[in-house]
Design a protein around this ligand. Sequence first.
Ligand SMILES: Nc1ncnc2c1ncn2[C@@H]1O[C@H](COP(=O)(O)OP(=O)(O)OP(=O)(O)O)[C@@H](O)[C@H]1O
Ligand SMILES: [Mg+2]
Length: 426
Amino acid sequence: MSFLTPNKDSKAADEPAVEVTSGARLLPRITIQAFCEHSQTAELVETAVHDRRMSKVALTTHNGGLEGAVESYKSNPTPNLIIVETTLPTDQIPAALDRLAEVCDASTRLIVLGHVNDVLLYRELIRSGVSEYLVLPTSALSIVNAIADLFAAEGAAPIGRTIAFVSAKGGAGSSTVAHNVAWAVSQHLRQDTLILDLDLPFGTVGLNFNQDPPHGIADAVGASAKVDPTMLDRLMTKAANHMNLLTAPAMLDKTYDFAERDFEQVTELAQKTMPVVVMDIPHTWNAWVRHALATVDEVVIVAEPDLANLRNAKNLADTIKALRPTESEPIVVVNKIGVPKRPEIAPAEFAASIECKLLGQIPFDAATFGIAANNGQMIAEVAANNRVNETFRAIARQVTGRAIPEVTQKATALKLPTFLKRKKAS
Ligand SMILES: Nc1ncnc2c1ncn2[C@@H]1O[C@H](COP(=O)(O)OP(=O)(O)OP(=O)(O)O)[C@@H](O)[C@H]1O
Ligand SMILES: [Mg+2]
């Protein structure tokens, strides 16, 4: 391991500050936050972004080291990777990391930059789930290599979480909810997010984000075997910081008849480069829809509180549970609650009848949703103080597996960060 070699003897000082190998695998669009104690360390970490492999990575550096990180994540969402520098004595490091673990999300990875070259400490940290421990002074190249080993190694697990939104009945609002939840993920959790508009003839991703790009999902699916990360990058539209789209053509010049696995390749590729992939699925039932719902990480059923929605939601929920008995169960969002004079099923009763967890309740609000739709904007943009934004943010946190930023919530068994969970297991 690199840290075992005393740095003064190592080639660190002679190593180029940046990697120039053209064949190196690019890192996915992860967010990295580094908490350093010394300005030289911050400068070193900042140098790492000049490495070609880091071109899509969003990296920020902060002061305060380990304790600074603990303070920050009490109230802020955690990124994909945290790098912390610590000058603590060896015996205090594990306890300080436990405090950090309590305020981090389960999926967050951690690299520690330390000043102690101690093999026992290294082993203890790795056993407790820390991804890498590098002894300072080190080189920018060693830091990039450590990050690449985690996120870009051959056979590394795809980073992207796939979340499918489907309506129980056409028009129930699954696209609207999907887009606003994706917005919350990208702006509130600051995770790079890609929406796949799988409703090729009628999809509204372009309209809802006020984008009319010449390329989109149809080109990606049409290219099938030839589609690669560079091509996917070109076909994507950036709607805002962290918010990317593959829009539908929404043209009827041809029919769209897809086979069961036609979207598989694009989805898998998207997962390798994007931390969050939101799939906007049309209200149809055919082989590729069933396959998508069987294979994604999370399924969200959006339903209006009436009888036809209830019947369809029950059928969907039962079918999805049977298709993926060992995966997470579908969850339900009841939308358009309180349409004037409409008799409605109470949301809690609705969820209980279909035996699904009720993830959110969204009121019917023709004015706000209508203005947003007509402007091609998200609800948070046209009505920042509307309470429905908190619902979208709560759904976003839930479907991305991100804990609510409260220490008590984060300490629950399910939410334990990887680097603490492993420790408990050992
Ligand atoms: N809570 C709400 N209050 C008022 N209008 C809403 C609400 N949610 C969605 N809408 C409106 O309902 C319409 C249909 O929404 P949307 O296109 O999201 O449905 P959908 O479930 O995706 O339909 P399909 O399943 O057929 O794709 C849109 O005009 C949208 O603005
Ligand atoms: Mg839709």
